[in-house]
Design a protein around this ligand. Structure first.
Ligand code: MG
Length: 171
């Protein structure tokens, strides 16, 4: 059995991960609307990864005989004006998700729920990578995004990102 409070927090995390997917889809739409299809691709891949994260929590709960309870997914409510806005919003969002994962981890540790901490280890590492890549994108945009040629090249680079399934696989 996994800890009840931990299971409740994981259930909430399912919603947060699906909301993340929704938020990134909204960001992809912002760029697609401006014909920056590389940026749109990058965020569409990001959205797909977030759906995978949600499904990992679903699967983990199911594997522990808990039926996930799905809640409504909120409407993405951030207004973007400048091209850098979604990039900065995504870093802030990842920092928020990291705190949420760490909070679950903290509860699991307190409860000596080591089955959960082992599962969450993957997410702790993943969040480090998510924050790094969001920060890297901001830095790249600041260097290259201010002139048309640089923006074109950056958009082309982001267009090459290909979706890969998560390295964590639950049977
Ligand atoms: Mg995630």
């Amino acid at each position: 059995m996994i800890n009840k409070k931990v299971a409740e927090l994981m259930n909430l995390q399912i919603n947060k991960e699906f909301y993340s997917a929704y938020l990134y889809l909204d960001m992809a739409n912002f760029y697609a609307d401006r014909n920056l299809n590389g940026f749109a691709n990058w965020f569409n891949v990001q959205a797909q990864e977030e759906r995978d994260h949600a499904m990992l929590f679903v699967k983990f709960l199911q594997n522990n005989n808990i039926r996930p309870e799905l809640e409504a997914i909120a409407k993405p409510d951030k207004a973007f004006n400048e091209l850098i806005d979604p990039l900065e919003a995504s870093l802030q969002h990842e920092i928020y998700v990291t705190e949420s994962i760490h909070n679950i981890y903290d509860e699991a540790l307190k409860a000596k729920d080591f089955r959960s901490t082992q599962f969450l280890d993957w997410f702790v590492k993943e969040q480090g990578e998510e924050e790094n890549s969001a920060d890297e994108l901001i830095q790249k945009y600041k260097i290259f995004g201010s002139d048309g040629k640089g923006l074109y090249l950056l958009d082309s680079e982001l267009g090459t990102r290909v979706y890969a399934p998560p390295t964590l696989v639950l049977d």
